[in-house]
Design a protein around this ligand. Structure first.
Ligand SMILES: Cc1cc2nc3c(=O)[nH]c(=O)nc-3n(C[C@H](O)[C@H](O)[C@H](O)COP(=O)(O)OP(=O)(O)OC[C@H]3O[C@@H](n4cnc5c(N)ncnc54)[C@H](O)[C@@H]3O)c2cc1C
Length: 426
């Protein structure tokens, strides 16, 4: 059997499943909740800023399926909002079942409502995953894509309490770090002030709870910017949030709304009574997190030390992707790292040399840059995304950011990586 067992069904685990399956493995994907996609159920923003380039690089390398689905299900394309250009917004109310159908059609085994709670390790090799019902899942190689969010204790200790987010720990049980269970100590991300974790940076409002005028603008334009009353502006909140690409003054002085099917409110949390002072939002109601008036989920408390092949250091057959693999923010970042982890897990099975993506491509550069930076006290306080902040600045400086498709194709071609994820290896 050439079985790859992937734990965590967010964007990273999904991307890893696809690339491992295409490379020829039998794939089992384990997810603790009743939904795939994890935080992707409440996100939606794609292709903004450097994510455009990274998306096209992935597509050319053969990791194309998830971008096709997100493009096809985009409610708005090529939109601009403060600090962000050429963004697409996928419909969060439609994306999850479509992704699930696609994975099923590929023959990927999906175990929902199944939580990994422990591991079996022998001689530096992971042998099996133990589930909450005591069942044991054996495999030849494993990928930890359990993310970095929560669980509740962390949201209490480092945030404003459990905000009742999409991961629903009270119902489905806490996140478990597979790499740490296997004996590899997790790294912990910090905020700028040195305290641990970071708070998620946006909420979803029920669109029907907003005025007809707001809904119409959102349906037509995809974006709406409304100034916040002076007495309610809180600049210090920007330092707490995960998404440093949105830590811009415009996001403190205004309510920025995006149409992702629900209405995406671009702030970590906003007291309901204050929100309801704003014209058209008198009846506003949170969809995610339910306690969006008080707080949001806390992330980046559980990062596996890894190499640039996405293999966890200290174990032979455990790979990682997404937020579990570093201080990465975003769906595109999770798909990028997850696709490489899935592909390399099969190279490992086939006894082949593992693939490292070159730093002439944004997708390779972000993986090695994040790995280097998180070794430093300054770097562990930062976040890494193609969409803004430190890494997008670096992309521009290194000439890695472009929207010119022929330039991107030429770069991927010159690295001999066209279609690399399409090849069956075993
Ligand atoms: C509110 C919010 C809005 C966002 N908006 C955007 C956006 O618009 N655009 C963008 O690009 N990014 C956005 N992000 C960031 C982005 O969603 C994440 O960085 C990315 O999706 C992380 O994917 P992941 O697969 O690494 O982790 P996750 O999505 O956290 O997935 C991990 C999965 O593992 C499961 N799991 C954990 N432990 C276990 C276990 N023991 N057994 C089985 N399963 C387990 C979890 O249930 C979860 O489904 C947003 C994040 C949040 C919180």
């Amino acid at each position: 059997m050439n079985r790859v067992v992937i734990i965590g069904g967010g964007w990273a685990g999904i991307a890893a499943s696809i690339s491992a399956k295409k490379a020829g493995a039998e794939v089992t994907l384990i997810e603790k909740t009743d939904l795939l996609l994890g935080l992707g159920n409440v996100g939606g923003i794609m292709r903004n800023n450097g994510r455009f380039t990274a998306t096209e690089e992935n597509i050319l390398m053969g990791a194309k399926e998830l971008f096709k689905i997100t493009d096809d299900l985009s409610r708005h394309k090529n939109i601009t909002f403060p600090g962000h250009n050429h963004a697409s917004l996928y419909d969060v109310t439609k994306i999850e079942p479509e992704i699930k159908r696609f994975l099923v059609s590929m023959g990927i085994e999906i175990l929902l409502e199944t939580r990994a709670t422990d591991v079996v390790v022998e001689n530096g090799q992971l042998k099996a995953i133990i589930l909450n019902n005591d069942d044991v899942i054996y495999g030849e190689v494993f990928i930890d894509t359990t993310g970095s969010t929560g669980p509740m204790g962390n949201c209490y200790n480092y945030g404003n309490g459990c905000a009742m987010c999409i991961l629903r720990c009270p119902s489905y049980g806490p996140r478990v770090s597979i790499s740490e269970k296997a004996g590899v100590k997790d790294l912990v991300g910090k905020k700028k002030d040195g305290s641990y974790g970071a708070m998620s940076g946006s909420c979803k409002l029920n669109k029907d709870s907003l005025s007809q005028e707001i809904r119409e603008i959102l349906d037509k334009e995809g974006v709406l910017v409304i100034p916040i009353p002076k007495e309610d502006i809180q600049l210090d909140k920007l330092n707490k949030k995960v998404c440093q690409q949105y830590a811009l003054v415009e996001y403190a002085e205004n309510i920025i709304l995006l149409d992702t099917g629900h209405c995406k409110l671009m702030t970590s949390f906003y007291p309901l009574e204050k929100l309801r002072k704003i014209k058209g939002m008198e009846n506003a109601k949170y969809e995610d997190p339910y306690s969006g008036g008080k707080g949001n989920s806390v992330r980046y408390l559980s990062l596996a030390p890894r190499d640039n092949f996405m293999k966890v250091r200290g174990l032979n057959n455990l790979f990682c992707g997404g937020e579990k693999a570093g201080l990465f923010v975003g769906h595109t970042e999770a798909i990028t790292t997850g696709s490489l982890a899935g592909h390399n897990s099969v190279r490992y099975l086939a006894d082949m040399e593992l693939l490292e993506l070159p730093n002439t491509l944004a997708v390779g550069d972000i993986i090695s840059f994040e790995n280097e930076m998180k070794e430093t006290e300054e770097g562990i306080r930062d976040r890494y995304t193609f969409a803004g902040s430190t890494y997008f600045t670096r992309m521009k400086e290194k000439n890695l950011y472009t929207t010119d498709l022929s330039v991107i194709e030429e770069k991927v071609k010159s690295e001999n990586l066209i279609g690399v994820y399409e090849k069956q290896l075993i």
